[in-house]
Design a protein around this ligand. Structure first.
Ligand SMILES: Cc1cc2nc3c(=O)[nH]c(=O)nc-3n(C[C@H](O)[C@H](O)[C@H](O)COP(=O)(O)OP(=O)(O)OC[C@H]3O[C@@H](n4cnc5c(N)ncnc54)[C@H](O)[C@@H]3O)c2cc1C
Length: 448
């Protein structure tokens, strides 16, 4: 299988040393597959999508399911994201969506996005997961005065068209409830939304899945899939699985060559995070950083940040471009400068953690849920960095599709359905992405 980035980012056997690893004590330590076995359904990928698909297949449809994960459970983005339960899972503006799909379908897409956010909230409660919930909404901050009108319009449309609860704050008002700093020119909030510890969340889901007798194999990477007499044979290093149906839940960590029909369609993009040391009350107050809700700003290459329960600041943005450990380090230094530019009173604050992971984009700019034609292979991916709300919900809906084998039965917006187009010359995907980054960096410099 081919990797799109440097091999450093695909070290499946090494946990990523994140703030979450240091604040979660759980280690499930599950066995790896070491013999040949059979199952009705195999799920590839132990993140939110794969786990929720497997749980729903067992609970609602009573199927025999096995889940295989190349690293430990949640090793991918599900254990190392920023923990924002935000929406929508799309890189397409709502205006563009309305012009392509019409107002009704766009409404349905947003309705499904809100359902996703609520589903995440529901499973935290139902599975009894203690994942350090903070905040009660999401904020979008205008990073320049030119952007305030834009967010006002966004807030108004969210409310009038999609029934989402929003509130607009002037710069002064947001300084009272949110934060100050050099790139705060007003904001709007929307609900539902909150923040979590993503590793505690994914471990909690996995524990629930185990209690429902899901068989999970960790450190078990599928290297090859063959077809024999109508069954699939999934080859791993030390054993194989014979199965009638496959669910691909690998999102940004999909490796080219596993399934020919999926190759060249995913654009994995690196997202990096840094976390500061604990800030004193005085330091927090020096920027009036009041809120514990998740915040994203209006840059095209957006910054996302939040105050953690122990008064550290988590700060993320689009990541390095090669995937090597060295480029991660260099990116974290750049990000420290970005953070200190918008919060200059924290110029002496040191950074305790940096890490990154892969999100999945595609030419659709919206998620993809479906079944590969003439095969019993199902997929759910492409959340555009908004998987905390979208991925569990996708897993649930994917399970219905796997059970019925019929995508027409899936009662969700058609914007989610089907594979994205293949990239022209897919080997140039990262080059196209670099061009996009340069283009958006210029737009951000000009504040347009
Ligand atoms: C740095 C960062 C910050 C983010 N912040 C947020 C945020 O704040 N809010 C939000 O909503 N979203 C965020 N996201 C995105 C979110 O984490 C993802 O959309 C979500 O976790 C996707 O879940 P998943 O289960 O589909 O994929 P993943 O969690 O990535 O899981 C895929 C799994 O597949 C496994 N795998 C791959 N190939 C194979 C194979 N051949 N055999 C076996 N297993 C395999 C991988 O090891 C991996 O564990 C962020 C992502 C990153 C990287």
């Amino acid at each position: 299988m081919k990797n799109i980035y440097h091999s450093d980012i695909y070290k499946f056997d090494t946990p990523v040393s994140s703030y979450w690893e240091d604040t979660s004590s759980e280690n499930l330590n599950l066995e790896k597959l070491s013999k040949d076995i059979n199952s009705e359904v195999v799920v590839i990928g132990g993140g939110y999508t794969g786990l929720l698909c497997a749980i729903n297949l067992i609970e609602k449809h009573n199927l025999d399911v096995i889940l295989v994960e190349a690293g430990k459970v949640g090793w991918g983005a599900s254990s190392r994201n920023a923990g924002f339960n935000c929406l929508p899972p799309s890189k397409m503006s709502f205006k563009k969506m309305q012009s392509i799909f019409g107002k009704e379908e766009t409404k349905r897409f947003f309705k499904n996005s809100v359902e996703g956010s609520n589903y995440t909230k529901d499973i935290i409660k139902e599975y009894n997961i203690d994942c350090d919930i903070t905040g009660d909404s999401n904020y979008v901050v205008a990073h320049h005065k030119n952007k305030f009108e834009q967010i006002k319009e966004q807030a108004t449309t969210y409310k009038s068209e999609f029934g989402i609860e929003t509130e607009i704050y002037s710069k002064e008002e947001f300084n009272e409830v949110g934060h100050g700093g050099t790139e705060q020119f007003g904001a709007f909030s929307y609900k539902p939304g909150f923040a979590i510890n993503p590793l505690k969340f994914v471990n909690g889901i996995a524990k629930y899945a185990l209690s429902k007798k899901l068989k999970i194999f960790e450190q078990t990477k599928v290297n090859q899939i063959n077809k024999e007499n109508g069954s699939y044979i999934l080859k791993t290093k030390e054993g194989s699985i014979k199965s009638k149906k496959i669910v691909v839940a690998t999102n940004g960590f999909y490796q080219e060559g596993l399934i020919p029909q999926m190759d060249g369609r995913v654009l994995p993009v690196i997202s990096n995070i840094i976390v500061t040391r604990k800030l004193s009350e005085d330091e927090i107050n020096s920027h009036n950083f009041k809120t514990f809700s998740p915040i994203a700003n209006t840059k095209n290459l957006l910054y996302y940040y939040r105050k953690l329960p122990d008064n550290r600041i988590l700060f993320g943005t689009r990541g390095d471009l090669t995937g090597s450990d060295q480029s991660n380090l260099e990116m974290s230094k750049k990000m420290e400068k970005f953070l200190k530019k918008i919060f200059p009173n924290w110029s002496n604050v040191t950074i305790d953690y940096n890490w990154r992971g892969l999100i999945a984009l595609s030419q659709k700019l919206t998620p993809s849920i479906g079944k590969i034609d003439n095969e019993e292979i199902y997929y759910g991916f492409g959340y555009n960095g908004v998987g905390v709300s979208a991925a569990p919900w996708t897993g649930k809906h994917l399970s219905k599709l796997v059970f019925s084998s019929n995508s027409k039965n899936l009662d969700i917006s058609r914007i989610y359905k089907g594979l994205p187009k293949k990239f022209i010359f897919p080997q140039l995907r990262t080059f196209y992405f670099r061009l996009a980054v340069w283009f958006y960096a210029i737009k951000d410099k000009l504040n347009i």
